[in-house]
Ligand binder design. Structure first.
Ligand code: R5P
Length: 285
């Protein structure tokens, strides 16, 4: 039995179809003062899967997930597998400055305390997130799915990591496609401003593909695209797992001349063309 929270209903339906499993209907709405109402309408089975991304509006989606979990527990569910395709607050996994909240740890405790027995996530921003949980955590990678889509669309790609953090993803794709790979150096100056530098970039006449786990404000991609074009790339395509896409991020990206953005549906967006449903379904089997 699968429950799709409000942020992941389409994805939950796709996973249920892949597994030939039933979707349990829920009612979610807000009271006039903004408080959230949850009702699970189906008969609860002993094993339940809940799918809910915790992207924007993060606090509402997290609160809804917690209400669903606690409710399932008190209605008799014995094993609750929680699938969080995009884990909100995952970038605050440590105390960068004295006194800061390790928000990812707080969210992890809440999910566990409300009854999750197992967690499935996709490309966590930092692996140490898994240590915040005492329940089994399975981290899946959507990178091979992105590689397959690049292979179908481009003949002569060169894979580019826009910073060192994305290098492992870029290298994995370049191994799958047997094509070259390079990386840039990035310094974050503020939440929405980055500085990007390169050494010897050889992309002349090649179809450059920038790979990142998250596109948030789009600043990282815009800088990388401009550099690739200055270095004579034939075209620039972008591949990312989690299209967070704050405000006009997509507009800024396409305005630089990017051909296409290939993103997954861990978050719903205009560019979420690659479904992670088969990946999740396989992990749930
Ligand atoms: C950072 O380490 C991540 O991998 C992404 O590069 C980052 O979240 C992208 O942010 P933005 O789109 O705001 O530049």
């Amino acid at each position: 039995m699968i429950i799709g929270g409000s942020s992941s209903q389409k994805l939950a339906a796709k996973v249920a179809k892949e597994l030939n499993d039933q979707l349990c209907p829920i009612e979610t709405r807000k009271f006039p003062d903004g408080e959230r109402y949850i009702r699970i309408k189906g008969e609860i089975e002993k094993e339940v899967v809940v799918i809910q991304s915790t992207g924007f509006p993060q606090d509402e989606n997290i609160m809804e997930l917690l209400f669903i979990l606690k409710n399932l527990k008190s209605l008799g569910a014995e094993k609750i597998k929680v699938v969080i395709p995009y884990f909100g607050y995952g970038r605050q996994e440590k105390r960068f400055k004295r006194g800061e909240s390790v928000s990812a740890a707080a969210v992890a405790s809440l999910i566990e305390d409300c009854g999750a027995s197992e967690l499935i996530c996709i490309n966590l921003h930092e692996k140490q997130m898994c240590d915040f949980f005492n329940i089994p955590v399975h981290e899946l990678s959507a990178i091979p799915l992105i590689a397959r889509h690049i292979q179908e669309q481009l003949e002569n790609p060169v894979i580019i990591a826009p910073d060192k953090g994305a290098l492992l993803h870029a290298q994995k794709i370049s191994r799958i496609l047997d094509c070259p790979c390079d990386h840039m150096e990035k310094t974050r100056l503020s939440p929405d401003k980055v500085e990007t530098r390169v050494k010897n970039l050889d992309v002349k006449g090649l179809q450059a593909v920038i790979i990142d786990d998250i596109i948030s404000t789009g600043g990282t991609i815009v800088n990388a695209t401009e550099i690739l074009m200055q270095h004579g790339a034939e075209s620039v395509t972008v591949g990312c797992v989690h299209p967070v896409l704050v405000e006009d991020a997509l507009l800024k990206i396409f305005a630089t001349g990017v051909e296409d953005v290939l993103a997954t549906d861990t978050l719903t967006s205009q560019v979420s063309s690659i479904s992670v449903a088969p990946l999740i379904a396989e992990a749930l089997k």
